[in-house]
Write a protein of this length. Structure first.
Length: 539
């Protein structure tokens, strides 16, 4: 069980993907990140939305260079240079007093403090078009995002921006689409609640807190686990209030800090789940291909009465083999995705001491599976600490088996306003899905056996094919191509090479009728290419 010290493998460059609905605040967040890295930078207001329309129509990458400094507020007169501990304002008994405190601006200024990293590194902030826009260009935007990810090759952090407001069914569906789009990114996702008014941090704002708790519960259902990083931020680039500005800048530091902490995701190890429009188009095409195949099987062979019975038998065998092969391929893809020694996040917890109001001097306990025993072993844990020492850690002993629960006690070493602990607990993906994998392995073996029998039956018929005229051979080839194309429609996800072919052909740009024709064309080209490869392998 390795304890990865912070920044032991600090890179020179990190890639951060920013997703979110139209007008969720993605571009504004990135502009504020520019301001964080360089306080003198001029905000590009042309890159910001109008409140109704998004200005981000293409994927755009903004690169900043920073060593993740902390910001603070000081007096410019009187006790000149003295830092303001604005974290103490939250203890004000009246929420209106707290609001007055954080709105103070006279004789105050925000300054850059000590760096958190030993060197400056680059953060490539990948801004994306908003999905679920009224224009209905989701699929073309997904194509652009996919291209950008392939160029980046590795992603270290995926931010999903959520604008504060009602958590509608539409918003829930959109967030689920972002989470499901690239399932391999689950372990590096963080949510940023934008347009959050810092006055609502006060304990008296119970109604706002309850709404945030309800939203968090919905996100847990979408993520499938109870813990994941969330940040509340007010990205008002026109803000002139030093304390509010400082809170925003330090929140950005914590967000970017995640990129250096996360285990990166390689695009080669992920797949693309189909959007709703992709699924709808594939369903239409599936019906078309199945109708065409049935037409070939039920009618075409009647044109050749001498060979009709054998031809019908051969086509039935080919259909059975096709069905078995794609079911086997789907299982093979499942094994690639799940029967792999890749890390799967079980638990993620972050403690920022500056938000702790009660018991600042006490030991903070972080645990997983405090009660009961986990059904599969913990394969590892990453631990990021700033100004905190590990007092006690419970895990496996030197001669004991793998960890099946974990707990640690942390003690702040200095001012609690600089204290942070972030823990990730992992299992391997193959361990987490072991029961399902075993079940599908048994199913896989049965399908292989059925396919061998079907191939033997087909081979018994195939020797007659040498005496068939070319017209009949053409029917068999046409049937085989339709079957191969039908195979691309079998799953709810796209293989990377298939999706890339669709993206390169820009098949989802246009109305539904145009998209259907373009998608069908790509599938048929891939099917013909598969036929050529099959012939080459036979030679």
């Amino acid at each position: 069980m390795s304890n990865r010290p912070p920044y032991s493998k600090l890179l020179d460059e990190y890639n951060v993907l920013v997703l979110g609905e139209t007008q969720s605040g993605k571009s504004t967040l990135i502009q504020y990140m520019r301001k964080y890295a360089n306080p003198d930078v001029e905000i590009n207001t042309k890159a910001l939305g109008t409140g109704y329309l998004s200005h981000t129509l293409d994927v755009a990458t903004t690169t900043i260079s920073t060593d993740l400094p902390e910001y603070y507020v000081t007096h410019t007169k009187g006790a000149k240079g003295a830092k303001i501990n604005y974290g103490e304002f939250i203890t004000a008994p009246d929420e209106y007093d707290y609001e007055d405190y954080i709105n103070m601006h006279k004789n105050l200024e925000t300054k850059m403090g000590d760096a958190q990293l030993p060197k400056k590194v680059k953060f490539n902030l990948i801004d994306t078009p908003g999905l679920n826009a009224t224009a209905g260009d989701d699929e073309s935007h997904v194509q652009k995002i996919f291209r950008a990810l392939n160029e980046a090759k590795t992603i270290h952090l995926l931010l999903i921006a959520i604008s504060s407001g009602p958590f509608t069914h539409g918003l829930r569906d959109a967030i689920k689409a972002y989470v499901d789009l690239f399932p391999g990114f689950d372990g590096i996702i963080a949510f940023v609640h934008t347009h959050f008014d810092y006055k609502n941090r006060h304990p008296a704002c119970a109604q706002i807190s309850h709404a945030i708790d309800m939203r968090t519960e919905s996100l847990r259902g979408i993520m499938g686990r109870t813990s994941f990083p969330q940040f509340k931020i007010d990205c008002n680039v026109y803000n002139k209030r030093p304390i509010r500005d400082c809170i925003t800048l330090n929140t950005i530091r914590k967000i970017l800090d995640l990129a250096t902490f996360n285990r990166p995701v390689d695009m080669l190890h992920t797949v693309v789940n189909k959007t709703r429009k992709m699924r709808d188009i594939d369903i239409c095409l599936r019906d078309e291909f199945q109708t065409a195949i049935a037409h070939i099987k039920q009618k075409k062979w009647r044109e050749y009465p001498r060979e009709g019975a054998l031809l019908a038998d051969l086509l039935s065998c080919e259909s059975d083999i096709h069905d078995l092969e794609w079911r086997i391929r789907a299982l093979d893809e499942f094994f690639i995705r799940y029967n792999a020694a890749l890390p799967e996040v079980l638990h993620e917890e972050r403690r920022d001491m500056e938000y702790e109001v009660i018991g600042l001097g006490q030991i903070v306990t972080v645990c997983y599976q405090e009660r009961g025993v986990l059904g599969f072993p913990i394969s590892g844990r990453d631990l990021l600490c700033h100004e905190i020492q590990v007092v006690h850690e419970i895990g496996r002993g030197r001669d004991e088996g793998p960890w099946r629960s974990w707990q640690a006690d942390f003690q702040p070493m200095s001012s609690p306003h600089h204290s942070l602990v972030h823990v990730k607990i992992y299992t391997t993906r193959c361990e987490k899905y072991r029961d399902v994998i075993e079940q599908k392995l048994r199913e896989h073996r049965k399908l292989l056996c059925k396919r061998r029998k079907a191939i033997r039956r087909r081979d018994q018929i195939a020797h007659h094919r040498e005496r068939w005229p070319q017209q009949i051979r053409n029917v068999v080839d046409e049937h085989a191509e339709k079957l191969r194309a039908l195979g691309f429609l079998a799953n709810d996800f796209q293989m990377p090479e298939v999706f890339k072919a669709l993206v390169d052909a820009e098949v989802y740009i246009g109305d539904t009728a145009q998209c259907l024709k373009k998608v069908e064309k790509v599938y048929m080209e891939l099917a013909k290419r598969g036929k050529c490869l099959a012939r080459q392998s036979q030679l």
